[in-house]
Design a protein around this ligand. Structure first.
Ligand code: PLP
Length: 413
């Protein structure tokens, strides 16, 4: 099929408006083959992937060790029949207990980030017998009903009212507001260690630890949504680790499948799991915990360790960010600020129109970037953690040129 034929089918059978938007951004290519940090389209053009599937491709595309683990499992037992025990799931749960902070011990496997969040919300109510959930403004936790209710953006929420009762929002990074909101009926506070879709918002040092202390003082649980920040993205295993925070429940997904399999998990302490231990079939999933997905997870965690990707993300992320800051200093009319940690970075632009133009210019230069879902003024840069420094330099040079072009027309945008 030609790209045009694929896009016509998108228009007819998927979504005409989304197709038009993609075309407008210059995204008229069809994915052909992914390898390392590049995606080659069906016409043979290669793109440097600096978006990484919204943070999913931490190991790049088709990491050979993950592909090998998945292939092995494909020809043995790809999906779980749910009656007999499942070795890859047992191994992945053990490994998650070892790398997650504090006393997180038990895991339940699902297929996506939103399901992982739903599980955390349910466990929090079950464990505490309380109903209230406090989330933060501008948060992004997913788009199924519970996670959507926790998501802090009305654009996504309003059309689907009424949402789940018992949720409240407070400003992110505002401990006093949280203190005023948490009551003796609060089951949990849910936060992202760095707000991703909200615009790569890094809270002040110590915030997560203080949220943990506040929760525990009031008998509430802390849910860390590490769907985007987890698996080394920020230069540590988890975003919480920068603060030494110890959540009671954690949602993970995205990079856990190594960019090869969809997988999510929620992980909890023994205390958070107590109700689930009493009633183990109170929460189930047909596909969740399949052998192929869990084998991908085990291989992913091994690769992160063997290739030293936590240190690499911290070191090369700092280098990348310094390069972005230099460009921002040169073009303050275009870039308001640069934020981020490790390989999770965002450029906040001065105008929304500048975001669309910059994205289109970068794509024309064969670099894939996109803006954040809750904040179109922020261009996110979340490349594979394996991205070589020479490619970072190449991206910085292309970005410099693109920002210069936006600067020339910024008054008209
Ligand atoms: N939580 C966070 C922090 C996310 O960034 C996302 C997706 O971007 C989700 C949850 C939802 O994940 P999914 O799209 O896999 O449902």
């Amino acid at each position: 099929m030609t790209p045009e034929e694929v896009m016509t089918r998108y228009e007819q059978y998927i979504n005409p408006a989304a197709t038009k938007l993609f075309r407008f951004m210059g995204l008229a290519s069809v994915e052909g083959r992914g390898e390392g940090w590049t995606v080659t389209d069906t016409e043979g053009q290669s793109f440097i992937d600096c978006l990484g599937g919204y943070g999913m491709f931490a190991l790049g595309h088709r990491h050979p060790k993950v592909v090998e683990a998945v292939e092995r499992q494909l020809h043995a037992m790809p999906m779980s029949g749910k009656v007999l025990f499942n070795e890859p799931m047992a191994l992945l749960a053990e490994k998650l207990a070892a790398i997650t902070p504090g006393d997180l011990q038990y895991s339940f496997f699902c297929n996506s980030g939103t399901e992982a969040v739903e599980g955390c919300l349910k466990m929090a109510r079950l464990a505490t017998g309380r109903q209230e959930i406090i989330a933060t403004d501008n948060a992004f936790h997913g788009k199924t009903f519970g996670s959507l209710t926790a998501t802090g953006r009305d654009l996504y929420r309003t059309p689907f009212q009424p949402l789940v009762p018992g949720f409240r929002h407070v400003p992110f990074s505002d401990l006093a507001a949280l203190e005023a909101a948490v009551t003796d009926q609060t089951a949990a506070v849910i936060v992202e260690p760095i707000q991703g879709e909200g615009g790569i918002i890094v809270p002040p040092d110590g915030y997560l630890k203080q949220v943990e202390e506040l929760c525990h003082a009031k008998g509430a649980l802390l849910i860390a949504d590490e769907v985007q920040t987890g698996m080394g993205r920020t230069g540590r295993w988890f975003g919480c680790d920068h603060d030494g925070a110890r959540p009671d429940l954690m949602a993970v997904s995205k990079a856990l499948g190594g960019g090869v399999m969809p997988i999510g998990a929620f992980v909890g302490t023994a205390q958070a799991w107590a109700g689930f231990v009493e009633a183990p079939f109170i929460h189930t999933s047909t596909f969740g915990g399949g052998e192929m997905a869990c084998a991908a997870g085990v291989a992913t965690l091994q690769v992160i360790e063997e290739e030293g990707l936590l240190d690499k993300a911290a070191r090369d992320g700092a280098y990348f960010k310094a390069g972005l800051e230099k460009i921002a200093a040169e073009f303050p009319r275009v870039i308001r600020t640069v934020r981020g940690r490790g390989m999770m970075m965002g450029l906040e632009l001065t105008k929304e129109g500048a975001g669309g133009m910059l994205m289109a210019l970068m794509i024309a230069q064969h670099v894939l970037v996109a803006y954040t879902l809750n904040n179109p003024k922020v261009i996110r840069i979340e490349p594979p953690l394996i991205l070589p420094v020479a490619v970072i330099d190449q991206v910085l040079a292309l970005l410099h040129d693109a920002v210069r072009q936006v600067d020339e027309v910024i008054d008209d945008l």
